[in-house]
Write a protein that binds this ligand. Structure first.
Ligand code: SF4
Length: 230
């Protein structure tokens, strides 16, 4: 596992938890709108060793309560469970961001009580997944992960990012049907500042489109809100 960066404090990424965020290198997707291209295709050198990270975490005891593990895609790392065990042993809560491509690891982490919150990206309706993920995706795995998350007893959210020109209302209805009965879903504004596909740079999400999609999705899930780029 390669740690690319650490955000020492975040008050917004882990609901109700004062946390830090750790950004892991590497991803099996190539979403054109990815706002962390340096974690996907950038140089591999770690910026902080695991030892340094855990030293940092020990010094944060009593100051923060949790750790957000993000990337990249954290679950491509076989040593992720071990990493999380060490974080939990130090007394911190753990939030995992995932693209849902590794349902077995996700299920295992949840069953072992190693996660306190999961935020799973849902990139598109199943028939459009490859376009939004930028690679050929095993849809069955994504569907499995959705079920793992939905049927878990931990707090979770799904999130759909809306880059301009990719979605239709039909797509959004299909996502709604797929996630029907879920607890929480965010419709996320696309961040045009930094993108994996340069052609998307500078193109903004249409706010009216976000509102329209939120209203459609509210018919399917318990809670749905827009999340704007801060
Ligand atoms: S947005 Fe896509 S490419 Fe970027 S880290 Fe997430 S899953 Fe990977």
């Amino acid at each position: 596992m390669i740690i690319k960066s650490v955000q020492k404090l975040t008050l917004i990424d882990f609901p109700k938890v004062i946390a830090c965020s750790v950004f892991l290198f590497g991803c099996n997707f190539r979403c054109p709108y990815c706002q962390n291209p340096e974690l996907v295709v950038g140089p591999k050198e770690p910026s902080i060793s695991l030892e340094e990270f855990f030293d940092f975490l020990k010094r944060r005891t009593g100051l923060i309560e949790g750790v957000c593990i993000t990337g990249g895609e954290p679950t491509i790392n076989r040593d992720l469970p071990l990493f999380i065990i060490k974080v939990k042993e130090l007394g911190f809560k753990v939030k995992l961001d995932t693209n849902g491509s590794n349902p077995s690891m996700l299920e295992d982490l949840i069953e072992r009580g190693l996660l306190d919150y999961v935020a799973m990206d849902v990139k598109a309706p199943p028939y459009k997944y490859d376009v939004l993920a930028g690679v050929k995706v095993d849809e069955k795995k994504i569907k499995e992960s959705v079920e793992v998350v939905k049927s878990s007893n931990i707090d979770y959210e799904f999130r759909v990012t809306i880059p301009p020109g990719f979605f239709t209302v039909r797509d959004i209805i299909e996502i709604g049907k797929w996630l029907k009965g879920s607890k929480k879903l965010y419709v996320q504004e696309f961040n045009p500042e930094k993108t994996l596909d340069e052609r998307l740079k500078g193109r903004k999400s249409d706010k009216n489109e976000l509102l329209k999609y939120r209203d459609v999705l509210r018919r399917f899930v318990e809670y749905c809100e827009i999340r704007l780029v801060s």
